[in-house]
Design a protein around this ligand. Structure first.
Ligand SMILES: Nc1nc2c(c(=O)[nH]1)N[C@H]1C(S)=C(S)[C@@H](COP(=O)(O)OP(=O)(O)OC[C@H]3O[C@@H](n4cnc5c(=O)[nH]c(N)nc54)[C@H](O)[C@@H]3O)O[C@H]1N2
Ligand SMILES: Nc1nc2c(c(=O)[nH]1)N[C@H]1C(S)=C(S)[C@@H](COP(=O)(O)OP(=O)(O)OC[C@H]3O[C@@H](n4cnc5c(=O)[nH]c(N)nc54)[C@H](O)[C@@H]3O)O[C@H]1N2
Ligand code: SF4
Ligand SMILES: [Mo]
Length: 654
């Protein structure tokens, strides 16, 4: 297989590829290549969602692409040091050790862990290799969207979103926990068009950010106050006759849900949610203007009751009569894999064991019969990104063999025995769907990787050759692409079609459940009728909740060293600063650990939260996840990232 690109061309050329970052947008990119070097990166004007512009972080991706600290040779740990080694030597040793561990302890002693470093569909082939080599131990749950996924599956029996452009039919659009300018930038133009057509935009978010200014109404509940807020809205709808009189035709448990909503007066719901009654009523009145689209973000379900929260929002969408109609719907996640045939792998079904992703560190350490002895980590930086960072680092460091495939020396690489250098998104050869819309794109290498760098698939092929699986992994990337496009190739989404430009997934609906027939066993919406009502709270000692959220400056933990100088910034309302001054250093302390932060005051924030950027590295002293316990959400195995009680204390100096 070859991924080499003809770099000899001396002129200036524009090459189109796709962005594979963990982002709802899956943009089409245009790279300007001059003599084998990319000199400019821009958004493809021919992609209906990308519309010619890129986000802040990827418009600066060339810094990362050409950073001198990029890994270009395999590294092997020798004591405290990493020394460069050849690929042959590294892979021979890794293969031998994996074979020995499998023979001695069985394949369950090996963990293969992959997260969101790349959304490329063919990354599933890496998992498939470990299925064929093992099957080995995998992970259960999903720290990204798990709780909400479980909620939508429970309520509707399926999970997908209305077409993005169905928003043009909405009279009201509620963005419930979405930070558009940071994590859904390509939704912005669609919303501006919708507003120009007269739609009312509403944002519900405990955090004040730019989305508030864009919206006609901004509701700022306490963190995790969504359940009482939504139940208050539902109560008002039932009382005011604004709910759908036919909801009983397509919903189970309507009486029980109505009883739950009516268990408290609206004033009490508002109080529990931490908003004024007027604010709750304004939200209710806006949402009652049908068709109203409810777009649920992913941040709000990274809480202890994250799944229940999404279930209450699903129920609100149902009783308000907004399901199954153009301009309505409860959109949470777009099935990004929906177009692809991934049936070659049986994945979790055959795994001998699954360790909970949200508690991965301790789960690795505690695994028995057999214990985990080796880990293969790709497209992931679990030390920085999973809760309980120190436990993850300790667990990975204690194994007989930890291999991390990445392009920079991350916190997780530092725990490895071998670090294998891999391709960036501009050198990748893959296919992508999106979790924020229905367009499919192909990624093609726009330049060759530096010599000494291999793609995940090339690495897997080499490993397959050394472990008796050469035959199964001998196909080239194009063959894999055609294989996974089998369901849609003759419906307009062939590889040839994708090479001409983005193609809408031909299997995706415009409107979900148009006949109000759902995929549940009874074919009706399974309305939630019991929900934890009290929002998460700090303790008397640690009254603030830590929220480390996506930032426009980085993708996950993908920071360059100069972006991680000095203490991390913690943004708070001035009254939440524990007496510390704006701009000063403070100790941010949880039950688990503490770190030094630089305070930034923002009077628009609620006084019960501390805001940080997600993705800070442990080795830079900036890792919020080191303060967080590993804990799974109420369903779906998401991680409880945002419910950690913390306090701020003076450092004694600034
Ligand atoms: N620039 C950038 N973009 C990214 C990422 C990144 O790291 N950087 N990460 C990507 C990834 S992996 C994903 S999954 C998505 C992340 O997308 P999201 O998870 O949606 O992004 P966040 O900004 O973390 O959270 C979205 C919003 O949820 C709000 N929120 C948090 N808790 C609550 C709550 O209790 N109630 C309500 N109503 N709102 C709440 C936050 O204040 C925030 O405004 O974005 C992707 N996009
Ligand atoms: N506190 C807090 N923590 C969070 C979150 C939060 O909101 N708050 N969000 C969570 C969410 S939503 C997610 S999805 C996870 C994301 O967690 P991760 O996916 O682990 O985070 P990233 O830093 O995006 O990517 C991990 C690594 O993948 C590498 N990579 C990129 N492309 C490739 C490739 O093609 N091959 C290989 N082998 N490696 C590649 C990158 O260089 C990077 O070091 O983090 C979670 N962590
Ligand atoms: S990270 Fe998201 S918004 Fe940015 S270029 Fe990639 S797909 Fe587009
Ligand atoms: Mo994510």
């Amino acid at each position: 297989m070859s991924e080499s690109v003809d770099d000899s061309h001396s002129g200036i050329e524009q090459r189109v590829t796709a962005c594979n970052r963990d982002c709802p947008d899956a943009c089409s990119l245009v790279a300007t290549v001059e003599q084998g070097r990319i000199t400019r990166l821009s958004g493809d004007p021919n992609h209906p969602v990308t519309r010619g512009f890129l986000c802040h972080r990827t418009s600066r991706f060339l810094q990362r692409q050409y950073d001198p600290r990029r890994l270009v040779t395999p590294l092997r740990r020798e004591g405290e040091l990493f020394v460069p080694v050849g690929w042959g030597e590294a892979l021979d040793d890794i293969a031998q050790r994996l074979l020995a561990i499998r023979a001695e302890s069985g394949p369950a002693a090996i963990l293969a862990y992959r997260c969101g470093g790349s959304m490329g569909i063919l990354k599933a082939v890496v998992d498939f290799f470990f299925e064929r080599f093992g099957p080995v131990t995998g992970k259960s749950g999903d720290v990204c969207t798990g709780a909400g996924d479980a909620a939508q599956m429970a309520d509707f029996g399926d999970e997908d979103s209305h077409d993005l452009f169905d928003l043009h039919h909405s009279r009201t659009i509620v963005l419930w926990g979405k930070n558009l300018h940071v994590s859904s930038v390509h939704l912005l133009p669609v919303l501006l068009e919708a507003r120009a057509r007269g739609a009312t935009l509403v944002s519900v978010d405990p955090v004040f950010h730019k989305t508030a200014a864009l919206c006609d109404l901004f509701v700022q509940p306490r963190p995790g106050g969504d359940i009482p807020l939504a139940l208050g809205v539902a109560r008002w709808m039932f009382d005011a006759g604004a709910s759908d009189p036919r909801a009983g035709d397509y919903c189970d448990h309507l009486d029980a849900f109505a009883a739950l909503a009516r268990s408290r007066p609206v004033e009490e719901w508002a109080d529990l949610a931490g908003v004024s009654c007027q604010s709750l009523l304004s939200l209710a009145e806006a949402y009652a203007v049908r068709p109203a689209a409810l777009h649920i973000g992913w941040g709000l379900q990274r809480r202890r009751h994250g799944s229940a929260t999404v279930r209450v929002l699903d129920a609100l969408g149902a009783v308000s009569g907004n399901l199954g109609i153009p301009g309505g719907g409860v959109s949470y996640y777009t099935k990004r894999r929906g177009a692809f045939d991934l049936s070659f792998a049986r994945r979790d079904e055959v795994a001998p064991r699954l360790l909970p992703e949200a508690r991965l560190g301790r789960a690795i350490a505690e695994a028995q019969d057999p214990p985990i002895r080796a880990a293969w980590i790709s497209s992931a930086n679990p030390v920085a990104m999973l809760p309980d960072s120190r436990a993850v680092a300790a667990a990975l460091s204690s194994l007989d063999l930890t291999v991390v495939v990445d392009s920079f020396l991350t916190d997780s690489c530092r725990c490895a025995h071998y670090v294998l250098p891999t391709t960036t998104l501009l050198e990748e050869d893959d296919l992508l769907g999106a979790y924020g819309h229905h367009w499919l794109v192909e990624s093609r290498p726009v330049v060759s990787p530096p010599p000494g760098v291999k793609s995940d698939y090339q690495i897997i092929q080499e490993l397959a050759r050394r472990t008796g699986l050469a035959e199964e992994f001998s196909d080239d990337v194009e063959t894999w692409k055609r294989r996974v496009l089998a369901k849609v190739a003759d419906r307009g989404a062939s590889l040839e079609a994708l090479r001409r430009g983005p193609v809408r997934n031909p299997l995706a609906p415009m409107v979900m459940y148009p006949d109000r027939i759902f995929s549940t066993p009874t074919r009706k919406v399974n309305l939630v009728h019991d929900a934890p009502i009290a929002p998460p709270q700090g303790t008397a000692l640690r009254p603030l909740l830590l929220m480390a959220l996506a930032t426009e400056r980085a993708q996950g933990s993908q920071w360059l060293p100069e972006q991680q100088q000095g203490p991390a910034t913690a943004t708070v309302h001035p009254s939440a600063a524990g007496g510390c001054a704006d701009g000063s250093l403070a100790r941010l302390e949880s039950e688990v650990a503490e770190m030094v932060v630089r305070l930034k005051f923002d009077p628009r924030q609620r006084p019960d939260i501390v805001l940080m950027e997600k993705g800070g590295w442990l080795s830079a002293g900036r890792c919020a996840n080191a303060l967080i316990r590993g804990e799974e959400t109420d369903a779906g195995g998401c991680a409880v990232y945002h419910d950690t009680p913390v306090r701020l204390l003076p450092t004694g100096h600034s």
